[in-house]
Design a protein around this ligand. Sequence first.
Ligand code: GDP
Ligand code: ZN
Length: 298
Amino acid sequence: MVAGFGRQLLVRDAGGGQFIAVTRGRNAQVTVGDLVRISVLGSGQAVIESIQPRRNEFKRSDAARTKRIAANIDQAGVVIAAHPPFSEELLLRVAIAASVAAIPLALIVNKCDLLEARAAIEPRLAVYRGLGYPVIECSARADPEATRGVLGPWLAGRSTLLLGQSGMGKSTLINCIVPQAGLRTQEISEALGSGRHTTTFTRMFALPGDDDGAVIDSPGFQSFGLEHLSDSERAHAMPEFATLLGSCRFHNCTHREEPGCAIRAAAQDGRIDAHRYRLFLRLADESLALARSRPRRA
Ligand code: GDP
Ligand code: ZN
């Protein structure tokens, strides 16, 4: 499945044939990247008969529901930039979602031509490099050629999901990697009858000249909910917590005020980054507040 809008789905077969498909069940949830079996009805129409088991799925959620963004991907890249300033909280949220789904994540730092702004965020990038995230630097608008050069080897032969806060230059980047992306999005949009909502759906593009490579573009976001995760899942998704989690005095430690908290101690003496620790606590606060406000079953 390469794109969907409402109940209309766009499916591509191995030969490049394209079909507008619907599912049989109202509630069958097909996601971009899903491998599906279809019955062809003729004139480009098809019905989705079944979805193959997914090897992974990248999800986000809000208070109302959990949303799959894409499935069966090899890796994800989060596009950030120094101007306008990226939100490290959003970056952390994406990194946690990726880690829980066991999907490798790279930071794609765009707009590196803005030298001063770029230099100002270097200390934060260094933290992420130190945690093991690949940091790929590019300038999609200022130097598309070099951008294709650095991203090419990372993208080659893989299915990659690109995510990003709005304004970071993700659309520019997609257009740099897939020259026909704008036009193809319009075609998809027309086929699905989505009208002008061209950037409100996730869509997959084959990489030019690469039969196995694909890039999935997802709508730019201003928030990224992690409602679907437990406290423990969030904590385990922090790479710097990994060796410390068993060392807190209480096994159900929330890593705040508890005596003998190994995480807090590490944040205080600089073994783990204090800013990421604060952001982690903010996510925990939010999760607690939502849990309290949620209606309970009688
Ligand atoms: P999106 O919301 O992430 O899809 O961002 P866009 O692709 O629409 O880009 C947002 C703004 O950043 C636009 O004004 C782009 O021209 C600009 N932009 C994109 N890439 C670069 C870059 O490499 N350098 C600079 N300086 N600006 C860029
Ligand atoms: Zn603790």
